[in-house]
Design a protein around this ligand. Structure first.
Ligand code: IMP
Ligand code: MG
Length: 189
């Protein structure tokens, strides 16, 4: 396991959520989903790539016969602000007609990406769609009526990396979540 004195940690101004805090919340969320979906076989949809670490921990905390599918969408590029343009880079493998879908995302920021995605999966005839996110930045929401069903942590409006979240594809493998030093991304803007 990567130590907090490692090289990647030098690019953080602080650690916002520790690996222990994450593990505790993920266990809790797994229990909640297990209760809420008793008798059902939900499809867990991982939003690549940011959701992948959270997803792999979360599915193992759910005591139900879940299936897994993966989707990649893009609204960002390498910058730290949303472009508002959403593109499907990789679509689901399986049909979701009449299925109970749980979308697993790393972070809800403006809400543009998830709002678009939810509309699309709805259109394909899912029986139900819920959103599970690791992080939520409610202060940045542009889609005001987007319902976030399950959220582990509300965070302030700061650019964070780690536990799946990246800056320019890096830092996803940090076990903790930290605030990226502005000096790192200002260089790239
Ligand atoms: P939204 O459409 O603005 O809600 O965009 C959400 C997406 O933006 C997430 O899936 C992330 O990929 C990215 N994002 C938003 N805030 C952060 C952040 O603080 N760190 C890393 N990625 C972020
Ligand atoms: Mg993402």
């Amino acid at each position: 396991m990567i130590d907090v004195n490692g090289t990647m940690y030098r690019d953080l101004t602080k650690i916002l959520v520790t690996r222990e805090e994450i593990a505790e919340k993920v266990r809790e969320l797994g229990r909640r989903i297990t209760e809420d979906y008793q008798g059902k076989e939900p499809v867990m949809v991982c939003i690549l790539k940011g959701g992948v670490i959270f997803f792999s921990d979360l599915v193992r905390a759910i005591d139900l016969p879940v299936s897994m599918d993966f989707m990649a969408i893009s609204s960002y590029g390498s910058a730290t602000k949303t472009s508002g343009v959403v593109r499907v880079l990789k679509d689901l493998d399986k049909d979701i007609l009449n299925r109970d879908v749980i979308i697993v995302e790393d972070i809800v920021d403006s809400g543009v990406t998830l709002n678009y995605l939810k509309g699309m999966l709805n259109h394909r005839g899912a029986a139900s769609i819920r959103i599970a996110t690791l992080l939520d930045k409610p202060g940045r929401r542009r889609v005001k009526d987007l319902k976030v069903d399950y959220s582990c942590f509300n965070i302030p409006d700061e650019f964070v990396v780690g536990y799946g979240l990246d800056y320019d594809q890096l830092y996803r493998n940090l076990p903790d979540i930290g605030v990226l030093s502005p000096g790192v991304y200002e260089k790239g803007e």
